[in-house]
Design a protein around this ligand. Sequence first.
Ligand code: F3S
Length: 68
Amino acid sequence: EGGVMRIEVLREKCQGHARCWAQSPDIYGLDDEGYILPGDIDVPDERKRAAWLGAKSCPERALVIHDE
Ligand code: F3S
């Protein structure tokens, strides 16, 4: 509660399924070829649920949730 949520992006695992983006386009950005943008993502409190759903939607498990 009240902790910071961070999404760790394992870009080498991304296969461009774009389900993360379809679920939460304001949190997960894709490059021109449809792969997740590199770099971990700090998630504001009010977007935690959307970020969680997006991370869980990735079939390659490229998005690791850290919620302290
Ligand atoms: Fe990549 Fe997974 Fe999103 S494969 S584009 S991180 S759904």
